[in-house]
Design a protein around this ligand. Sequence first.
Ligand SMILES: [Fe+2]
Length: 209
Amino acid sequence: MNEHYPFQNPPLPYAYDALEPYIDEKTMHLHHDRHLQTYVDNLNAALLPHPELHDKSLVFLLTHQNLLPCGTQIPIRNNAGGVYNHIFYFSGLTPDADRPIPDPLSAFLIESFQSPEKFKEKFKAATLSVFGSGYAWLTIEPTGRLCIFVTKNQDTPLPAGLFPLLNIDVWEHAYYLKHYNERAAYIDDWFHIADFARANEHLLSFLHA
Ligand SMILES: [Fe+2]
């Protein structure tokens, strides 16, 4: 994806039906081609009249809201967040279901949550606690401790100083066609295709930064 304006919608890193039976093909088409595309279009529209922001990255836009021109903070926060969160979500899914969690992430999960199974219990509870629309995240604090973090709407964990490893989108558009209103069933399916190898890569980049 572009580092700065005009932002683009990157293709999925797998086929639309690759996550079946856990996430259905139609949901992936709508979610990627319409929902994410709308955030990309709206972000570019918000940035168009502000050439001074055209060289700024998504992360900069999300972490320097106090530097944004009056009237742009909310549309940029919502739409830059929508772009960042969705790209992170799609890239954190894998067609290779049920792969073991690699080290060092597995060791970090054991240290922070006693076991990967306990982590999944806590992560599921946090995800179910999202009131309305939002995300649950596995993040790492600057101290090096793992932290489960919940965000509303299209907010991100970045302003809180957290380094994201994995996220789950719990807006209803992410699961309603297949799972209806059963968010718990969607979360259970998501665990099969959550890309813990990708999360491990993020952890390694944090540790080596
Ligand atoms: Fe979404």
